[in-house]
Design a protein around this ligand. Structure first.
Ligand SMILES: [Zn+2]
Length: 210
């Protein structure tokens, strides 16, 4: 719900630090790793996308929050630039899967180059309940993201990729529901937001309500 509130007020009250932070929060709900990464560019369907990877530090933070690594890897502007290119290749490939058309060979080549880097390595604690991820570079993290897309493409779930039904969002997701009727990248964000908008529209529809 906080997500919806934050996104509804975006732009009107952008100077309020708390609300900006909510908007800038990374989203991992219900998302595969590769598409959670695609979601670091929000509001794709609007004329003004919102960049959650605004600075190199943001990418370092995403690396830890995504559980791709345990310690924040150093990140330079060039890493961020590369990461954004990979992200857009993943977004376009997700869209191609959703549309059941062949992805761009250039995008596939970019994904393959990222996946060719050594990924972060897991180390299981003796309690078998805690994992430390050792990835000392952004390249290791991006490799995991690229490998996740490759694993998806090689799986039966490739035919279950859809684009989020919130037209402002447009991030791909994998519909693993039995009925195959999932419509949102996440019920907690886009699903809640669209339902709230529909509810408001119903309230305003009858009579002479504004
Ligand atoms: Zn969405």
């Amino acid at each position: 719900m906080e997500d919806g509130a934050a996104e509804d007020t975006n732009g009107k009250d952008g100077g309020r630090e708390g609300r900006q932070r909510a908007k800038a929060d990374f989203r991992f709900d219900d998302a595969r790793l590769c598409f959670a990464f695609a979601g670091t560019l929000a509001d794709r369907g609007t004329g003004t996308p919102f960049e959650r990877l605004a600075r190199p530090e943001d990418l370092s933070r995403w690396a830890v929050q995504s559980a791709c690594t345990t310690a924040a890897p150093p990140c330079a502007e060039a890493d961020l630039d590369h990461a954004r290119h990979l992200r857009e290749a993943i977004q376009r490939t997700g869209r191609a899967l959703a549309d059941a058309v062949p992805p761009s060979p250039a995008d596939i080549a970019l994904v393959n180059r990222a996946a060719a880097e050594p990924p972060s390595m897991p180390e299981l604690a003796p309690d078998a309940a805690t994992v430390r991820w050792h990835g000392d570079s952004i390249a290791a993290v991006l490799s995991m993201v690229a490998r996740d897309l490759i694993a998806l493409c090689a799986s039966e779930h490739r035919s279950r990729v859809r684009l989020c039904g919130n037209p402002d969002c447009g991030v791909p997701f994998v519909d693993t529901s039995r009925a195959g009727a999932r419509r949102w990248c996440s019920m907690k964000t886009c699903g809640a937001l669209v339902k709230k908008r529909a509810y408001r529209a119903r309230l305003q529809a009858p009579g002479d309500g504004a």
